[in-house]
Design a protein around this ligand. Structure first.
Ligand code: CTP
Ligand code: MG
Length: 545
């Protein structure tokens, strides 16, 4: 059993010290407190979808001149917003004020003439701009669409004043930017255009980390093909002795229908979708999906259908992420920590997923003496009539109105919470207990999976069923080790110049080499000794550089 860490005694920073990171205003917590971010999930989605409808993606010639580019586009209408980024060449996302402007651009675009090849003449909103003369001048500013490599991030963290600031700095560096969200919603809208060829009423909505407020630059784009609008149409007024209905093919189950639809849409994406490559139809998964890469956007996409509960859980996470600014900083920090140490992975397997980890963090925050976030049952008790959702027999009701929620009385800064998270799970009885954010209380595990996290809506499902004992053991060992390190770092007021310190220390993979052996050791070296030797080695390395 790891020694209890006295994190409460650790130094706390004032909120004043927090307002400035590396000489500039800290955008994220300030924005989180802004009324603007208290918008409902549905409002945010609607706004982004509207922007996307008026937007186009343009592959630009090398050294494109921004002014000439905008002048050229203005002949089709006023440009409301635009930005450039790099992905297989320079691209621009351009939002017009009006959909008519997009139509104007489309009507002027030509089908490429190619030699020795044939084009598949599907006209999308992705264009190539060919330049008659070679442009020169100032290169356009390209917005970064991927997150900083870990070593650069650690270096940046060193410039913060304290560990709390480091967590906010990490959030600022990693979170999805406005530009990246525009690009993601544009891709979603382009996929909708493909699906609409068969199902004009269909919508395609992003879900998962793109919209749940925990998305990191570079994360996958989860898309949900929603065909409910087709069914929703009410029968017309009775017009005589007959009612007309469509003759439609029938299959034996909803799953079979989903598989057929996804199979055909997957074929369309593969055959006609400009820039869509590596299409894989994974139709026998529990949740059938089509996976592909959208090359011009540089995004890995997973398209599913009939996955309405996942959309609800994305909204639930959005509510938690926007309820209290500490939630996002803690989730981003821990997702980063987990990724660095191989607790989570891009490859599917026995690893803990980001979604499971987020559930664990929320549960921990509910378990504080003064809770940082409320339980799902509490959110359900605040639900209005419009928030009532029963999906496939599961009650998915909770308030969508953040303004109805009473702020948390818990005063702990994220760094303290971080240390306590490590301590909490370093000591958690995984053999007996399961994690459930609906109740916010440990309960007996209904079966023997090493890690049991109840799905918040489908309460009979374990979201971490895939996790095996050895992955859970690694998580616990790392949590214990990190608790020691963070405590040590919080109590230190060492000269920090040219040294990795604070959060950087738990993000350094090197610190944990040989972690598997920790469990077997009977006698530990005090954390301070191990930290000291690490700091010494960093110092030496720093000098050597
Ligand atoms: N989901 C779920 N149950 C699971 C796994 C996923 O309900 N066992 C839902 C969640 O709503 C999740 C979404 O599917 O947010 C997408 O899953 P995934 O891409 O694995 O997670 P993300 O939250 O998008 O995180 P990441 O950044 O790792 O993609
Ligand atoms: Mg995802």
């Amino acid at each position: 059993m790891v020694a209890r860490v006295g994190l409460r005694s650790a130094v706390r920073v004032t909120s004043r010290a927090l307002s400035n990171v590396g000489g500039r205003q800290r955008a994220v917590p300030a924005a989180t407190e802004d009324q603007d971010t208290r918008k409902t999930f549905a409002d945010v989605q609607k706004e982004r979808q509207q922007q996307a409808k008026h937007s186009v993606l343009i592959n630009c010639p090398p050294n494109v001149n921004e002014k000439t580019f905008l002048n050229y586009l203005s002949q089709h209408g006023q440009v409301a917003n635009h930005f450039f980024y790099e992905s297989y060449g320079t691209h621009a996302v351009v939002e017009f004020f009006d959909q008519e402007n997009v139509e104007s651009l489309r009507s002027h675009a030509t089908v490429p003439s190619v030699q020795n090849e044939y084009v598949l003449p599907f006209k999308s909103r992705i264009f190539t701009l060919n330049s008659a003369s070679s442009s020169s001048g100032v290169p356009v500013e390209c917005h970064r669409q991927s997150s900083l490599p870990i070593n650069e991030l650690i270096q940046k963290l060193c410039r913060a004043q304290n560990i709390e600031e480091q967590t906010y700095l990490l959030l600022e560096e990693y979170q999805l930017t406005d530009e990246n969200l525009r690009l993601r919603f544009l891709v979603s809208s382009l996929i909708k255009d493909i699906a609409a060829a068969y199902f004009p009423e269909a919508t395609v909505n992003p879900y998962g980390s793109t919209v749940n407020s925990f998305g990191k630059l570079g994360c996958d784009l989860d898309l949900f093909l929603d065909l409910e609008n087709i069914q929703r149409k009410k029968p017309g007024k009775a017009g005589g002795p007959f009612a007309t209905e469509y003759l439609m093919k029938r299959v034996t189950s909803g799953r079979a229908a989903t598989q057929r639809i996804l199979s055909v849409i997957g074929e369309c994406i593969d055959n006609f979708g400009p820039g869509c490559t590596g299409v894989q139809k994974i139709l026998n998964a529990r949740c059938p999906l089509v996976r592909f890469s959208h090359q011009p956007a540089g995004l890995q996409c997973d398209l599913t259908s009939d996955n309405r509960i996942a959309l609800r859980s994305s909204e639930l996470l959005y509510i938690y992420g926007n309820f209290d600014h500490r939630v996002r900083s803690l989730v981003f920090t821990l997702r980063c920590w987990a990724r660095v140490h191989g607790i989570t992975s891009a490859i599917p397997g026995a690893w803990i997923t980001n979604f499971s980890l987020t559930m664990m963090i929320l549960f921990f925050l509910q378990k504080r003496n003064l809770p940082v976030v409320p339980t799902l049952d509490h959110l359900k008790s605040l639900a209005g009539k419009e928030d009532q959702h029963i999906i496939e027999g599961h009650d998915c009701s909770f308030t969508s109105n953040l303004n109805k929620m009473k702020p948390s009385e818990n005063p702990d800064p994220p760094d303290l919470l971080l240390g306590e998270f490590f301590e909490f799970y370093g000591n958690f009885d995984f053999t007996k207990n399961c994690i459930d954010i609906r109740k916010g209380k440990e309960q007996n595990k209904p079966e023997s999976s090493p890690l049991y996290i109840r799905n918040p809506f489908e309460q009979n499902l374990n979201v971490s069923k895939n996790v095996n004992q050895s992955q859970l053991d690694r998580f616990v060992a790392l949590a214990r080790e990190s608790a020691w390190i963070i405590q040590d770092q919080m109590n230190q007021s060492v000269e920090r110049e040219n040294k990795v310190w604070g959060l950087g220390m738990v993000l350094l993979p090197a610190v944990f080499q040989g972690i598997g052996k920790i469990k077997k050791k009977r006698k530990r070296t005090p954390a301070s000794d191990r930290i000291k030797s690490l700091l010494d080695s960093l110092k030496t390395n720093g000098k050597a550089r």
